[in-house]
Design a protein around this ligand. Structure first.
Ligand code: NAD
Length: 469
């Protein structure tokens, strides 16, 4: 559902933004370097409040989606959010320690170090598709790095936004962490704030607007965007296993995932076997998919119509559409669907699909596939199914993407010790794990002169000493 905000609500939320920003800045100025104990306390409070409100946050997301599998919310939102907090808490002491750096011979015995310092007040803009994980993941990094933070939740998840606001108020004073809800006007005012850092997760188009607004304040941005993530199956890889792992990435959250496999390249001759395997998997996972609670709905009527439009457009232009289940669209769900015979003229090969539709393309030589991928915008994820290490190395070197999954889809995102982020149109910057801590820190270089080196060589009068160097 998309919330329609009345003008007075938009005005009130924009006024709250101004007030919260001023309060957080004053609070940060009063305590610019929270120590490890206070950061750990904040992370513990965040964890406790998530555990306490687990069921009502889960229910709110499902209500916003029409239906979101509660198990998917557990597996894909709570589990990685809690794991990320645990990881940051365990590593924080190490991350916060200044790191010694080398000193060149001319400057000895001076010393160099890099000191992580909180940036200040940071903004986090959250999309609707994983509203909890994409709020809590960046927030964990921001808190670990010692910042104050304000989150702006998507207008498509208003029930969740309100539930999160109330939950976080129990754990934090709003001058530490606060939540704003509202539509595009609030989002625009949010992006125009003079944040010390702004992390945006959302579409590539809106990401450009966010970066433009941030440029006026020279606010550094991390942009976590989308795009079409290609998937390639090598001829030697077992097709049933590939089908299961690709369908998993496509069916979780009904394909409404930034790193979902967008389309798949299969070796010529494997299409029928892939279709049969995919059909059997969907029947096993989601019997009576329309009513099956494990299968998530498309977030709202607008997005359902967009996805149905892709199928109509593809069929009209000669593609073969193969639904893998029988679902009444009145349920708000769309069946996992394969599409064969696609061309670049079809809208589903131009837009990020962001739903349970999988275009299937054939290929004969791997280099054709690499050429196809490299002729298109750099994707957020790339998936390659193969057990041959030299071909895997070739694929890694020949393509550029935000991240890679070998023989699996999506699971690289859930690794606490791997950075996450896009490249080019799929995003800039990283978070998760240590990279998240660094994104929200100023990694401050410090040069400390010793008592005994006066750097006399560098001071005038220079004369022959310098000429001889
Ligand atoms: P969206 O870009 O429409 O909206 C994202 C957020 O931006 C929302 O909170 C919205 O209110 C806000 N917003 C809208 N207009 C704005 C403006 N002019 N200025 C500032 N903020 C504005 O994206 P969406 O539909 O919520 O999410 C789907 C997109 O997000 C997909 O493209 C998907 O790939 C991408 N995504 C990326 C990641 C990632 O980690 N890379 C994760 C999830 C989703």
């Amino acid at each position: 559902m998309q919330a329609v905000f009345q003008p007075h609500e938009t005005q009130a939320e924009t006024a709250r933004l101004v007030d919260l920003y001023a309060r957080q800045r004053a609070a940060f100025n009063a305590q610019p370097f929270p120590g490890v104990v206070s950061r750990l306390r904040r992370l513990a409070s965040l964890r406790e409040v998530l555990l306490k409100h687990r069921s009502n946050l889960n229910a709110a997301i499902s209500a916003d989606f029409g239906h979101r599998s509660s198990h998917e919310t557990e597996l894909l939102e709570f589990f990685p959010s809690l794991a990320g907090i645990k990881h940051a808490s365990a590593k924080l002491d190490k991350w916060m320690k200044p790191k010694r750096r080398g000193v060149s011979i001319w400057f000895m015995p001076a010393s160099n170090r890099v000191v992580p310092q909180p940036l200040g007040v940071v903004g986090i803009i959250v999309p609707w598709n994983y509203p909890l994980f994409l709020a809590i993941g960046p927030l964990t990094a921001a808190i670990a790095a010692g910042n104050r933070a304000i989150l702006k939740i998507s207008e498509y998840t208003p029930r969740f936004g309100e539930a999160l606001r109330l939950a976080l108020r129990e754990a934090f004073d709003e001058d530490e962490v606060a939540v704003l809800n509202g539509g595009v006007e609030v989002a625009q005012a949010f992006a125009a704030c003079a944040w010390d850092h702004l992390l945006f997760t959302g579409s590539t188009g809106v990401g450009k607007q966010v970066m433009r607004a941030a440029a006026d304040n020279l606010t550094p941005v991390t942009l976590e965007l989308g795009g079409k993530s290609p998937t390639i199956v090598h001829a030697d890889f077992p097709i049933d296993t590939a089908a299961e792992r690709i369908l998993h990435g496509k069916c979780l959250n009904a394909g409404q995932t930034c790193v979902a496999p967008d389309y798949v390249f299969l070796p010529e001759g494997k299409q029928e076997a892939f279709t049969e395997a995919a059909r059997a998997i969907v029947a096993k996972w989601y019997p009576d998919a329309g009513k099956n609670p494990d299968y998530t709905a498309v977030v709202n009527g607008r997005h359902l119509a967009r996805l149905q439009g892709y199928l109509r457009d593809a069929e009209a232009k000669g593609a073969k559409v193969v639904p893998l289940a029988d679902i009444d669209p009145a349920t708000g769900k769309l069946a996992p669907t394969l599409v064969f015979g696609v061309t670049d003229e079809m809208s589903l090969m131009q837009d990020e699909i962001f739903g349970p539709i999988l275009p299937v393309l054939g290929y004969q030589r791997l280099d054709e596939v690499i050429g196809y991928i490299n002729a298109r915008p750099r994707p957020l994820a790339l998936y390659y199914f193969d057990y041959d290490n030299s071909r895997i190395s070739h694929m890694l070197g020949a393509t550029i993407s935000g991240g890679v999954g070998i023989n699996e889809t999506m699971m690289h995102v859930g690794q606490d010790d791997l950075p996450f982020g896009g490249v080019g149109p799929s995003g800039m910057g990283h978070y998760h794990g240590h990279e998240g801590f660094e994104t929200f820190s100023k990694m401050k270089p410090v040069f400390a002169q010793s008592r005994i080196n006066g750097l006399w060589l560098m001071r005038p009068p220079y004369g022959p000493r310098v000429e001889k160097l």
